[in-house]
Each structure stands twice: as C-alpha cells, then as structure tokens.
Design a protein around this ligand. Sequence first.
Ligand code: AMP
Length: 286
Amino acid sequence: MNTILLNKISDVKKTVKEWKKSGYSIGFVPTMGALHAGHASLIKKAKETADKVIVSIFVNPIQFCQGEDLDKYPKTLEEDAKLCNEIGVDVIFAPSPKEMYGENVKLNNNELTFVCPPFNIVDCMCGKSRIGHFDGVATVVLKLFNITQPDYAFFGQKDAQQLFILKKMVKDLNLDVEIIPCPLVREQDGLALSSRNTYLSTEERNQALTISKALFYIRELYNKGICDTSVLFDSAISVLDKNIDIEYLEFRNFDTLDKTNEAKDNTLVAIAVKVGKTRLIDNIIL
Ligand code: AMP
C-alpha cells in the first residue's frame, strides 16, 4: 500500500471523480498534521468505514487569531506520511495556503467568503477567547468537503465545540456527509494527546497532567452522587496545579451545548487552560 501525497486541489478532485465513478465510498479526516495516536484513531476508524480514505494536512491560517502559534505550529510531514502509509491511507492532501486561498488574498471577510456559524455557539467556550476561530474552521472544512466529496468525515470529541459546530453546519447547509465523532485519546498517564503537547517543558508537562486529574476527580465525585456543578467545579480547581491559568471549566449538555447547573449523564465537562504559553483543552463526558 502506497499513500499518494497530493498538493493540488485539481489532482484531488480528479482522483475523487474516478473513485466516485467506480462506486467507492470516501472517508475524510481533516487534520493540521503533527499526527499522533489521537489522529491515528480517527484514520483507523475511517479505514474501517469507507473504501477510500483521504487525510488532509493543512495548518489553516484563517482559524488562528493574532498572537497565536500559526508560525510555530509543528510540521512533521515526513513522519505523518509514514503513519498514514502504515494505516493504509489512500491520499494525503497537503495544500499550501496559496493553493487553498489564492495568491495575495487578504484572509479576511472583505476578500474571502466565510462560513459563519450561529453567534451563540461560537461566542462561548473556546470562541470567547479565539475570536473568529470557528468561522475559520467552518470555512476551511466546507472547502475541504467540497474538494474531497466525502461520504463520512471523522472528528475527535476532544474538540467538542468544533464537533458541535460542524454538525450544525452540515445540517443547516444540507451537506451530503455523515459526521462521525471519535473518542478522545490520552497518553497512558491521562494527558489528552495534542500536537501542542510538544511545546511543553518537562515541568509544564507535569503541571498539565493535573488537567485530566481534575476532570477524572469530577467523574469520581459524580459517580458518588455529587451533581452540583459548583461543588464539582471547586473540587476540580483544588486539584489543578496552581501555575495553570484557567480560561474556562464548564458543564454543558454534550448534545446541545446548553449550560447546566446539575451534572447528569451526557454532561460535557470541558476545560481550556494555559500552561506557560501553551493553550490546552480537554474534556470528559459524564
Ligand atoms: P488537529 O490536527 O488538532 O486539528 O485535529 C484534527 C482532528 O483530530 C480533530 O478532529 C481533532 O478533534 C482530532 N484529535 C486531536 N487530538 C485528539 C485526541 N487526543 N483524541 C482524539 N481525536 C483527536
């Protein structure tokens, strides 16, 4: 099995057209690269589900806000290609920003058509601090869907708000793709896998371990019958390393993203923090 690496939209469209003609179903996994076991779990699920699998690797400039890590985002295309080849990916689509957005285009909504998901679901959780982030995500994912024409697209529950917003986009815009949510994958010691973990020093990584510890503590208390979210919140905060900056720790219904004061089964407990300069997110579903 040899994974083909394509950089041009026209080449992907040509391949997809041939596959469709032969009646193959297509599974699509969008990523920003620096692949890890979390990504691999999505890709494996795509392999099980569809006849042909496309993985995109694209660090999408329009979803980064000013002052974020666009320029230093890890790039490991060679290793990524090796992993994709091992799993049996058919095509990696790794376009340049120019290929995706054209030359000399200012990447704002004066010059580019954007997909803008409803304000109430972007102006909360991660969207509160990352202004415009989910418009950028929805826009690139719709473009990638149009290029790759997937029957199934695979997204991690690690990015729970992103998953919710993209499901809504698919429904509202009548897209012909089934979104398949995939469970969050962790390191053995509990740290949620993230391409950004490579930024962490040893000391910061130890601090970051308390993020999942805090979430697991909430689950433990919930299983003992404690449902008051303010009690659960305070207990989790007491577990978090004092050097961690908490952006939010919220309790929401996983299916609707509505906030809740009472933890129940299917409550999403989502957290975003800064460990040093590195922004990390994590969540559990009760
Ligand atoms: P990214 O490359 O960070 O944009 O992520 C690409 C896809 O992989 C998204 O659907 C993420 O939700 C998913 N993903 C990232 N980290 C994990 C993880 N630890 N477990 C499961 N899925 C993940």
